[in-house]
Each structure stands twice: as structure tokens, then as C-alpha cells.
Design a protein around this ligand. Structure first.
Ligand code: ATP
Ligand code: MG
Length: 568
């Protein structure tokens, strides 16, 4: 199904309608659900949410909002082996962070275990389900293939009484794991493999994160999922394309039981370039320490993106721009970063930070003195006002802003050249000092006091404007730079015999120690975002302390998406 060669063009204008909205509007017109709209987002609590889940959340809760309905956050916790409370908490936090308040609509599939069990008994009584003693392997072998029909289980024609007795004893814990299952009695020769007597219950002596040891039979996903939607009265059960050929099975269960029947609608999963999106693979990255955790800023998880400084508005905007489709495709990660940049450009305060400091001494600036200069907080937002930045005799500028022997087109600093220091003065480099290894370690400059604020009264122009930080007042910081986690656009396309892990980018994290930032950043709270002038957008990491500030680079200022758009 997946077709990642077809990259989405990412429509610039948010879609007003799509095939899902058309179905819902049609249902409202015909009164199918009495005009009700109730959707749900049903994660399995076996990992952290990723941006693909965000797509589903925005869609489901967005539809509920648009049509005056409600959206449930339902934990699909039917598999005790992989599920944990840690995940429930993380998922709830992520959904809220994304901007959807569902605290009063949090539900658990495990709360329906009794009801599901009753309905299973009802199916047995109706002769539509039976206890099967085949092992998992035997069951698979009996199943047949896409081109050949399956074979009936030797236990398929057990009587109702025997089935009820055996199912009761399965539930009572009399039998070991895997020794028996409860199966629906449908059709072993159906062209749809899902209808070949699917397993409804398996025996699993495992403690559940919520029901503890109450159960040792657990419902299979295909039996449970449709029922959960039905119990809650979900009107539109929106899921990804791989469930399309499970729909006839859900229909069969609901119709045989005669219970409320939601409308299932399938749409294409969201995929992103330069990343993987399956929870199993993300878990592997965490467990094998390829990343620092689920919230590592390189991860496509919502917690990783939050730590990286991606605003929830940008993620919602991406989901809207991409829209819903019936065909799988892959979205350029550059489009996500474009959305992030676009939002941060509007809201992020500008500050000055020097990532690779080179010392500058202003020889004609009085020793022991300093002054406060006015700096604009956000040129995109006049209401953000101004702040003071201290200036003194000793400063830091970016090492890359000086060249000993600069070419003509290099508009920054070089011997004898004059540049503007942002919000401050024109300075001219008079001398540079090297260490024993030939590295430039200090510049000696002069400043023109008449250019205070950044303009020369005689109308003299300079081509370059540099950012800087006062050596006396600047704060120490560590800055973490991130690149794509994988070197390949489609990391799952590993070479033969290799795994996606082989495509990890060894340079995806670069830590810069010894950076200098302006003092207004003192005490900035974790998660706060800034534009470091000329460098990109950064945000305060939770590791940050007063003695050592820590920043993550959220995105650079270069917009790769615009380039892609131009080429297209
Ligand atoms: P994974 O394949 O990463 O393990 P999953 O589908 O098994 O994901 P669930 O917890 O079952 O994970 O997902 C909850 C909901 O999120 C499902 O309804 C699923 O359809 C939706 N979803 C998961 N991944 C994506 C995606 N990439 N794009 C859109 N929706 C997704
Ligand atoms: Mg799933």
C-alpha cells in the first residue's frame, strides 16, 4: 500500500472539506445518527505518541469540534504484556499539550472487559463462536492463504454447552497460556482472511495495568475494537487504511450481536521523511540507546518535539495543511520545519547568543565601564517591546564572523574592515592575535562613539551586522544542535540484510559547550523559545540550570521547504 515516492505537495491553504467531512455532513443531512457526532482517538498505551498520532488526534477532535460533537480519548488497553501506566500518563499529557482538552472524556477498553465477555457468551449461545484447542501454529496452518481456502478446525462443531463450559474454565484459569482460544464461527473459505474464524479470546496469565489479575483471558483487537466504539456510541470511527479489510469482520460482530453500529472510515497514515514512525521501531531506538529517551529532541514523538521547541500550533498546522487522503504518502520533514519556523517567527523573542565565541577588545572604550543599549524584542510584533543589553570593552562575536584574509564578498569582519554590532556601534578591526597553533584568539578593535544605536551620522554605510555578547555580562550556555535522525529520506529502505538502524545519522547531535548568551536569558523556564539572531530558533532544555543554561536548536533560519517549493 505504502507509496512514499509520491510526496505530498502540502497545499498552502487549509482544506475546507475532504471525503471524511463529506460523509459526516451527509450523515447529518440524512439523520443517520440523529445528527450526533462522536469521534475518538484510541491509542494503545504501549509507547509514546508520535506525529502520526497527532494527525489522528487533530482529525478526530477537530471533527468533533467543527460539528459540535465530542471526542473520546480511549486507551485501547487489551494487551497486558506491552502496556503500562507510564504510557497512559505520557499520552494524556501529549494530547493536552497538542491543544485538546479531554480530561473529562478519558476511557479505557479494560473497563468494558465484563461487557465484552457477556457478548462473547451470547455469541457462543447463538452457535456463532466456539472454543478451539489448536495451538497458535496449528491455527495459522489451518488458515489457508490468499489463494487457497482454510481448513475447518476439528473443534468447530462443538456443542453450545461444551463451548460454554470450556470458555468458563478458560476464564477461571484452568488452562495454560496458548492452549485454547475462543473463535468466531464465520467462514474458513472466505476470500477475506480476517473472516476465517478469527480468534476472539486468548489465554494469557498476565497482570494488567488496570485490572491486575482479574482476567486470564484477554480479547483480541479485532473483537474488542468495534465493541468499544459501539459501547461508547461512536458515530464515526476513523482509522488508518490497514483496517479497511477488517471492516467486514467488525460489521459481522456488530450485526450478529445486534448492537449499535458506528460508521468506520479509513484514511491514509501520515509518514515523514528522514524518520521512522512505528512504535516498535521507536521503542527499539530507546531501548538500544540510539537516542536519550522517548523525549529525545530528535525523535518524531510529541514529547521529543515539545522538548525540541516545536510549538503545538505548528504541528496542528502541518496536520491541517496535509489534509486527509485515501492514498499513503510521505510528507517532507522540511514542511513540518517550515510550519515551526513560521509560527516561531511570529512569537519568538529575539536575543543574542554566540555559539563559537571569539573575544573582541574595543581598545578606545573606557576600561571598567559599561552601558545598556536598547534592543528590539521582535521586529514582527511591535507589542513585544524592547529590552536592554549591556555593552562593554570586552565582547564575544562568532568565530566565523572574522577572516584573516577575507574575500571581497565577505561582509563581516577582517583586518581594517568596519562592521556594525547589532543595536550598538560600528567597530573596525585593527589587529588580531594568534596562539602558538596559529588560531586567532582575540581581535583588537576600535569603535566609533558617534554610531551609538547602529547608525553613522555622516551617512557612512557598512555591509555587515554582527551579533555579540558582552564578556562581562554574558552567561555560559551549552547548545545542542540537531540534524535528521536518519541519513536517508526513507530509513526503512535499508540495504538487504540491514536494518533501519543502519541508516542512523551519526552526526544527528552536536553539543556546543562554552557558548555565551545575553544576560536577559537568566532564569528562562524550560520550554521557552527564542530566536538567536542570525542562528535560528532555540528553546530552553529541561536540563538547564542557573549555572549552566542549556538550549536545544529547534530549527535553523534556512527554510528548506521554500527551496523545495521553488524547484517544484
Ligand atoms: P504504530 O504503527 O506506530 O505502532 P498504531 O496504529 O499501532 O501505531 P495506536 O496506538 O493503535 O498505534 O494508534 C492510535 C491511533 O492512531 C489509531 O487510530 C491509528 O489509526 C492512529 N495512527 C497511528 N499511526 C498513525 C499515522 N502514522 N498517521 C495517522 N494516524 C495514525
Ligand atoms: Mg494500532
Amino acid at each position: 500500500m505504502s507509496n512514499h515516492n509520491e510526496s505530498t505537495s502540502g497545499a498552502e491553504t487549509p482544506r475546507t472539506t475532504d471525503f471524511i467531512r463529506e460523509i459526516i455532513e451527509e450523515d447529518s443531512r440524512t439523520g443517520k445518527f440523529d445528527g450526533r457526532v462522536l469521534t475518538r482517538f484510541p491509542p494503545e498505551p504501549n509507547g509514546y505518541l508520535h506525529i502520526g498520532h497527532a494527525k489522528s488526534i487533530c482529525l478526530n477532535f477537530g471533527l468533533a469540534k467543527q460539528y459540535g460533537g465530542e471526542g473520546n480519548l480511549r486507551f485501547d488497553d487489551t494487551n497486558p504484556i506491552k502496556e503500562e501506566d507510564e504510557y497512559v500518563e505520557a499520552i494524556t499529557k501529549d494530547v493536552e499539550w497538542l491543544g485538546f482538552d479531554c480530561t473529562d472524556r478519558i476511557l479505557f477498553a479494560s473497563d468494558y472487559f465484563d461487557q465484552m465477555h457477556e457478548l462473547a457468551v451470547q455469541l457462543i449461545k447463538a452457535g456463532k463462536a466456539y472454543v478451539c484447542d489448536l495451538t497458535a501454529e496449528e491455527t495459522r496452518a489451518h488458515r489457508g492463504t490468499l489463494t487457497s481456502p482454510g481448513t475447518n478446525s476439528p473443534h468447530r462443531d462443538r456443542g453450545v454447552e461444551e463451548n460454554l463450559d470450556l470458555f468458563e474454565r478458560m476464564k477461571a484459569g484452568e488452562f495454560p497460556d496458548g492452549s485454547r482460544t475462543l473463535r468466531a464461527k464465520i467462514d474458513m473459505s472466505s476470500p477475506n482472511l480476517n473472516l476465517r474464524d478469527p480468534v476472539m479470546y486468548r489465554i494469557l496469565h498476565a497482570s494488567h495495568h488496570r485490572t491486575a489479575d482479574k482476567w486470564c483471558v484477554y480479547p483480541m483487537y479485532d473483537w474488542a475494537h468495534g465493541l468499544e466504539d459501539s459501547f461508547e456510541g461512536i458515530t464515526h470511527s476513523i482509522c488508518t487504511l490497514e483496517f479497511e479489510n477488517h471492516r467486514p469482520l467488525y460489521d459481522w460482530f456488530l450485526d450478529e450481536l445486534g448492537v449499535f453500529h458506528p460508521q468506520q472510515i479509513e484514511f491514509a497514515r501520515l509518514n515523514l521523511t528522514y524518520t521512522v514512525m512505528s512504535k516498535r521501531k521507536l521503542l527499539q531506538l530507546v531501548q538500544e540507546n540510539h537516542v536519550a529517551g522517548w523525549d529525545d529532541p530528535r525523535m518524531p514523538t510529541l514529547s521529543g518535539m515539545r522538548r525540541r521547541g516545536y510549538p503545538p500550533e505548528a504541528i496542528r498546522n502541518l496536520c491541517e495543511r496535509v489534509g486527509v487522503a485515501k492514498r499513503n504518502n510521505t510528507v517532507e520533514i522540511a514542511l513540518l520545519q517550515h510550519c515551526v519556523r513560521e509560527h516561531l517567527n511570529k512569537i519568538a523573542p529575539r536575543v543574542m547568543a554566540v555559539l563559537d565565541p571569539l573575544k573582541v577588545v574595543i581598545e578606545n572604550y573606557p576600561e571598567g565601564e559599561s552601558e545598556q543599549l536598547d534592543a528590539v524584542n521582535n521586529p514582527e510584533d511591535a507589542s513585544a517591546g524592547t529590552r536592554k543589553v549591556p555593552f562593554g570593552r570586552e565582547l564575544y562575536i562568532e568565530r566565523a564572523d572574522f577572516m584573516e584574509d577575507p574575500p571581497r564578498k565577505f561582509f563581516r569582519l577582517g583586518p581594517g574592515r568596519e562592521v556594525r554590532l547589532r543595536y550598538a556601534y560600528f567597530i573596525t578591526c585593527t589587529e588580531y592575535i594568534k596562539d602558538a597553533d596559529g588560531q586567532v584568539v582575540e581581535l583588537r578593535c576600535t569603535y566609533d562613539p558617534a554610531t551609538r544605536g547602529g547608525d553613522a551620522p555622516d551617512g557612512r554605510k557598512v555591509k555587515g551586522t554582527l551579533h555579540w555578547v558582552s564578556a562581562e555580562h554574558g552567561l555560559d550556555a551549552e547548545v545542542r544542535l540537531y540534524e535528521h535522525l536518519f541519513t536517508k529520506e526513507h530509513p526503512d529502505d535499508a540495504k538487504k540484510g540491514e536494518e533501519f538502524i543502519a541508516n542512523l545519522n551519526p552526526d544527528s547531535l552536536k553539543v556546543l559547550a562554552g557558548c555565551k548568551v545575553e544576560p536577559s536569558l537568566a532564569g528562562a523556564a524550560a520550554g521557552t523559545g527564542y530566536q538567536f539572531e542570525r542562528q535560528g530558533y532555540f528553546c530552553v532544555d529541561p536540563d538547564s540550570k542557573d549555572s549552566q543554561l542549556v538550549f536545544n536548536r529547534t530549527v535553523t533560519l534556512r527554510d528548506a521547504w521554500k527551496k523545495i517549493q521553488k524547484k517544484a
